[in-house]
Ligand binder design. Structure first.
Ligand SMILES: [Zn+2]
Length: 247
């Protein structure tokens, strides 16, 4: 219980205290599609749908979960990580064991990141992970500066569209999850991105006709991709979008 209380306080501080606001200077609105934990269907159906729209996504992977059995979905394996990388998708970093940053001290977080990067490097030395997503969305005030030294961006699950002065170590993201998002909601978010010249970041997990409670149907993903294309909003990886935001 104590750990739970500590995690909540640390997460709350991470959310509200902007360590170092970054002024976005992107020329147009942008959208990024991100997927966590490498469900097999995200690496296959999800990636195929993105590519059909000429888009690439960011896949946040915990090396310790690759190929592991989960109750929620069949997990992708090392070949899926390699395939995503070779097809031009971005591999992002989670903690190796999928532990929350708020539960880790400096040494153990450093170790988790080192193990995860080591895992990717052993697969293919050209996989560079410049972007991080907080497992379970739990930010950590204490670890924010440490993560800043290691990654260009950290993605939270704090809802909203990023625009103006943002916290790159706690970027907002909205669920692309059937139980939490519908087509009207997607359109409203794109409206907001257009109004504020924002960076809309979706997060999800599996992509299946019968998704888990954390995943989406191909139809919902397709709707979001089609909406971006219709509005001429580029769908970019986290690294590509950051480059545009730095322009
Ligand atoms: Zn995760």
């Amino acid at each position: 219980m104590l750990s739970e209380a500590r995690a909540k306080v640390s997460h709350g501080l991470a959310m509200h205290l902007h360590a170092d606001p970054f002024q976005m200077r992107n020329a147009t609105p942008m959208v990024s599609f991100t997927f966590d934990d490498l469900p097999k269907s995200a690496a296959t159906t999800g990636a195929d749908l993105l590519e059909a729209h000429g888009a690439r996504g960011t896949f946040y992977v915990s090396g310790g979960l690759v190929g592991a059995e989960t109750p929620e979905w069949p997990t992708g394996d090392a070949d899926d990580v390699l395939s995503l990388h070779r097809r031009g998708h971005e591999i992002g970093c989670h903690t190796f064991s999928h532990l929350r940053a708020s539960d880790l001290d400096v040494a153990s977080l450093a170790n988790e990141i080192m193990r995860n990067r080591g895992y990717f490097r052993a697969l293919d030395a050209s996989i560079e992970t410049d972007t991080f997503a907080y497992p379970y969305g739990y930010g950590s005030f204490g670890r924010k500066h440490q993560l800043k030294d290691q990654f260009q961006t950290c993605r939270s699950i704090l809802p909203g569209v990023n625009s103006g002065a943002v916290d790159l170590q706690f970027l907002r993201a909205v669920p692309l999850i059937d139980g939490q998002m519908d087509r009207a909601g997607i359109e409203r978010l794109f409206d907001e991105a257009e109004t504020n010249n924002g960076w809309l970041i979706f997060y999800g997990h599996d992509v299946a006709e019968q998704p888990s409670r954390w995943g989406c149907s191909p139809a919902l993903l397709n709707h979001a991709l089609a909406a971006a294309a219709r509005r001429k909003i580029p769908a970019l990886t986290m690294a590509e979008a950051l480059q545009c935001a730095r322009a």
